[in-house]
Design a protein around this ligand. Structure first.
Ligand SMILES: *Cc1c(COP(=O)(O)O)cnc(C)c1O
Length: 429
């Protein structure tokens, strides 16, 4: 594969941006070669500056559930942008998107639009603290919630200790407000709450953890979280920035039929534009300014262009059978690769849910971050390289999940599966 132009652009970009990128994982640090500079996307395919064509399973890290250059989104955005991009005032389009979402989601009654997933999570944490008058937060190892200070934290040594920051620039005093627990361990959760329950404002979880492999949880663990939060007066936050509108229009809350107290959204909700949102009951949302004392604002929040993209996307997601078709296609695709790997005795599984999948170089079911073998990332590196050569694009890290979009046809998936099987022969060869 020729990456000459991407290489030259990357060399140039290093003069402008730290590491040559505007978001770290784009730098291809854990796979080989320079990152691809993409110039165009159409359906499930992307095209780089060297004119390589690839079947895309990264889909901009999740937002593009309808594929690239989706016609209804493009048309409504084009029509909207022609009237101006932002006014810093309320707009009718904002109402329309808010209504469309709230009318079709049983788990939130009121919402606020922001401009990214990180911003949604940051605001949700502040809301939980404001509403409960408590400071501490519980999160789980292996869940990512954006680059919020309080959540760039890992477990200290020992079980259920107060956190240590995973980034420079976060004061210890902030990290100490966060407790970090392993996923899927109800007993440890109960012990922690017996000790600290009355100081905890919220427990935040990716109900479908998809930022550190795909760590599908036991439903009973999520139910246990719900009950414990009621018991201790803690607000339960589902961070649905990935799972929202992905495993169903009502996200993981709908999938598992569990009512969290606050839900955060991002990625798909903006139809490819920078949009995030958080929502809750009328009562909890009444804490937000100007109704209540919890301050949260945004210059470009709910700008009409972003609302147009979100609206055109959401309308399509509400089509009957949209989500069952997506799940069926993803089953079909992953089963095909799994069958090939099984026949040859390759140590591989493809956990999947809805249209999210993960390539795991193990036969074990993995529910906790510490169960992932770091050595398996070497195998991923080979897979990634081989797939670029044959025209399949996965996110550039073995900890990233893949996404099937509505634009991937059965024929596209057959072709991609064939290429992936070929690449596996090299990985295990
Ligand atoms: C992507 C993601 C975020 C952060 O969203 P940004 O738009 O990148 O700020 C937060 N939480 C989860 C679960 C995510 O997947």
């Amino acid at each position: 594969m020729n990456r000459e132009k991407s290489q030259a652009l990357f060399d140039e970009a290093k003069q402008y941006f730290p590491g040559g990128v505007n978001s770290p994982v784009r730098a291809f640090k854990s796979v080989s070669g320079p990152p691809l500079f993409i110039k165009r996307g159409e359906g499930c395919r992307i095209y780089d500056e060297d004119d390589n064509e690839l079947i895309d399973f990264c889909c901009s890290w999740g937002p593009l559930i309808l594929g690239h250059n989706n016609a209804p989104i493009r048309e409504l955005v084009t029509e909207t942008v022609a009237k101006g991009t932002s006014f810093g005032t309320p707009t009718k389009l904002g109402n329309e998107l808010g209504k469309l979402i709230l009318d079709n989601n049983r788990f939130i009654e009121k919402m606020r639009f922001v401009s990214s997933g990180t911003e949604a999570v940051m605001s949700a944490i502040r809301l939980a603290r404001g509403a409960t008058g408590r400071n501490k937060v519980i999160k789980f190892e292996g869940c990512y919630h954006g680059h919020v200070d309080a959540l760039l934290v890992k477990a200290g040594s020992g079980l259920a200790t107060f956190g240590e920051s995973t980034s420079a620039g976060i004061p210890d005093s902030f990290a100490k407000e966060t407790l970090v627990l392993p996923l899927n361990e109800p007993d440890l959760l109960e012990q922690t709450l017996q000790k600290h329950g009355d100081d905890i404002a919220c427990i935040i979880i990716e109900p479908i953890p998809a930022n550190n492999g795909l760590l599908l949880q036991d439903k009973s663990f999520l139910e246990c979280l719900r009950l414990k939060c009621y018991k201790y007066g803690i607000l339960l936050i589902f961070d649905e920035v990935i799972s929202g509108f992905r495993v169903g229009f009502e996200g993981a809350a709908g999938y598992y039929d569990i009512q969290p107290d606050i839900i955060t959204y991002g990625k798909i909700i903006g139809g490819g534009m920078p949009v995030g949102a958080y929502g809750a009951s009328h009562e909890i949302m009444a804490n937000i300014a100007p109704e209540g004392p919890v301050y949260q604002a945004g210059t470009l929040s709910a700008n009409p262009v972003a609302m147009a993209a979100g609206y055109a996307a959401m309308q399509q997601l509400l089509a009957p059978d949209f989500y069952s078709n997506m799940a069926e296609k993803t089953d079909y695709f992953t089963n095909k690769i799994q069958a090939y790997a099984d026949e040859r005795g390759y140590t591989l599984t493809m956990p999947h849910i809805g249209s999210i999948f993960w390539v795991a170089f193990t036969k074990n079911r993995i529910t906790r971050a510490d169960e992932i073998e770091a050595a398996s990332m070497e195998q991923f590196k080979v897979l990634h390289h081989e797939l670029l050569e044959s025209g399949v694009y996965l996110g550039p890290s073995g900890y990233e999940v893949g996404f099937v979009s509505a634009a991937h046809t059965r024929a596209d998936l057959d072709l991609a599966a064939e290429r992936i099987c070929g690449a596996l022969d090299v990985v295990f060869g």
